[in-house]
Design a protein around this ligand. Structure first.
Ligand SMILES: NCc1[nH]cc(CCC(=O)O)c1CC(=O)O
Length: 315
């Protein structure tokens, strides 16, 4: 049998994620597996993402390589995947999730609450910026982008007092030592899908779809991210609007159930709609959809910018 080709972007985070998936596939399928580089426009072009297609550019090139048969498996950060399904592509596995929380890396080991009023804090994500404003700490929230290393360096070189990043990204590239606080979801709900990976294959290659799915899929993580993404798609927020959501499988009175928490915020964090719901693990999509409908009734629709005004976004 020929080697299974796993496509990866060139960034350290992407390579690490794809490498871990490749290792698992080698071990569990007993097949030869090779990593194939696929460069995306998002890696090369440093202009604001929104000016050339948003986060979708990271995903598009890998999917293109999959459809053209240059690779057999594509690995993405799940939170970067658009909610709309892609023609000819199957989401075959959602592996066990990393810690989904957002993390602060601040000077002198400080936590958010210890940062003096007026401290500068960097993030490229409207969701993080809005939730930081909503905490009312008087922080000076600055827009930044760039890879994880570049963002951490803004603190170590003294340009910023702190940055907020996904803890999962730092864990995967071995930089957890930079974290000075992991944010409680009560203060900062992560992006839908944060901390989870998405493994895609060609729908026209059902053998690979089935084998990779059986080797890597984690049903609890899949249920959680299904609820979060169903909520997001019903909120019609795409990836770019300030929506935070976190679902977890918990032990309820009648066995396992899915617990979903969500927030929609105005960009300045002044107005928030916050809600939670729980339901059967088997009805994850319905849970997300219903909670979103309720949040829209509670006024979430009025908080969201029209699609044309969607802000630049680095999730
Ligand atoms: N778009 C950037 C991105 N996509 C996935 C991660 C981190 C890993 C994850 O959330 O799964 C990051 C970096 C960050 O948000 O700090």
């Amino acid at each position: 049998m020929t080697a299974l080709r796993v496509g990866t972007r060139a960034s350290l985070l992407a390579r690490t994620q794809s490498g871990q998936v490749a290792d698992l596939l080698r071990e569990r399928l007993g097949r030869e597996v090779e990593l194939v580089d696929v460069t995306t426009e998002g890696d090369v072009n440093r202009a604001p993402l929104a000016s050339f297609g948003g986060v979708g550019v990271f995903v598009g090139a890998l999917r293109q390589a999959l459809l053209e048969g240059r690779v057999d498996v594509a690995v993405h950060s799940l939170k970067d995947l658009p909610t709309a399904p892609a023609e000819g592509i199957s989401l075959v596995a959602v592996p066990p999730r990393e810690d989904p929380r957002d993390a602060v890396s601040a000077r002198d080991g400080l936590t958010l609450g210890e940062l003096p009023v007026g401290s500068s804090i960097g993030t490229g994500s409207p969701r993080r910026a809005a939730q930081l404003h909503a905490l009312g700490l008087g922080l000076d929230v600055r827009a930044i982008r760039g890879n994880v290393d570049t963002r951490l360096r803004k603190v170590t070189d003294g340009h910023l007092d702190a940055v907020v990043l996904a803890r999962a990204g730092l864990a995967r590239i071995g930089r957890l030592e930079a974290v000075t606080e992991s944010l409680d979801p009560l203060q900062m709900l992560p992006a839908p899908g944060q901390g989870a990976l998405a493994v895609e294959c060609r729908t026209a290659d059902p053998e690979t779809c089935a084998a990779v799915g059986a080797a890597l899929d984690d049903p609890a993580t899949r249920a959680a991210v299904t609820a979060e993404r169903s909520l997001l798609s019903t909120l019609e927020a795409g990836c770019s609007a300030p929506v935070g959501a976190l679902a977890e499988v918990v032990e309820g009175e009648d066995g396992e159930e899915l617990w979903l928490r969500a927030v929609v915020l105005s960009l300045d964090g002044a107005l928030t709609v916050r809600q939670s719901a729980s339901g059967p693990v088997s009805a994850a999509a319905q849970l997300g959809h219903d909670l979103a409908r309720q949040m829209l009734e509670d006024g979430a629709a009025e908080l969201m910018p029209p699609p044309s005004a969607t802000p630049e976004h680095e999730p």
